[in-house]
Design a protein around this ligand. Sequence first.
Ligand code: CO
Length: 365
Amino acid sequence: MLKKDKFEKLLNILKDHKVDGCILAPTCDTEYLTGLKSYVCERFQGFVALADGRWFVISPELYYEEWRETLGEEAHIYVWSDNDGVNGTFEKAALDYDLKDKTIAINDGIRGVDLLDMKEIMQANFVNGDKMFEELRLIKDEEEIEYLAKAAEIADKTFEEVIKYIKPGVTEREIADKIKELLIEFGGEELSFEPIVASGPNSSKPHYNDDKRVIQEQDLVILDFGCRYKGYCSDISRTVFIGEPTEEQKKIYEIVLRANETGEKAVREGVTAGEVDNAARQVIKDAGYGQYFINRTGHGIGLAVHEAPYIKGGNDQVLKTGMAFSVEPGIYIPGKFGMRVEDIVVVDGDGPRVLNKAPKEMTIV
Ligand code: CO
């Protein structure tokens, strides 16, 4: 069924931005509106809404049953076959709904090649709706926050369990496999992204993407992982030390942890995303490591693991109750090591609600 309250939100966004309608490719936007999980592929699918409240779906034959089951008999669904292709449907829909010369916003899942065809056939004025649709999923309701909290709890339990398996001789891959197993065992539906296990010198690469290194004595290891619960994502990072850390490592860990806590404390309704970034960043700058904090402080999270609000310098977006995002400052010294501490935080009136509870004091295994 179309989720009426969420569809209302979409209509308000269309009106606020003075567009006549939108075409949404199957993404978290359509999952949010309908509950149907579907993905962009070479066969065009779209959820089309008009500011006057009418809506319809364009679906290839092989997804028709899912759309129909999800949206019920009231839905107007155009179906196209592999033999005929989608272009005839673009033409028919544009005629039926009078889309010619209308201003239609597209979301970030619409493929460039499909847009070119739609432009030519529908002759509408297509505009980039990327920023517009960020607003749709920005404020989480109580149910969504409950799901985020549950996903965070599963990630916390996974951290506390997986550290028992980290020791010299195991590979990054084996640790990542254990994380995946635990996330599902503890109730996650699926991964929200492939776990990152970055050991020793690999830890200075924030999105390290390999898994072959064998853990050694005196290593430090960044673990970054998450799962989905009822579609909603978790994302946690912790840095773990193998054996007694050096004085320098202790000092840097203390700075990263203080940056994380300072960033989290800055979270409240009315401050900007940029101010939260600044609060965390200032701690690292003051300690003399500013040049090694090479990424934004955080990203929003919900049905997508990365969404608005982005916690980065210069972002004037004002935080409101119900927004959820990561606070994940780090220090990354190339060729040497990196550290990161990450929690998910929800804006809750005059303060933060930190969803992750896994310990943050130095973990030495
Ligand atoms: Co993250």
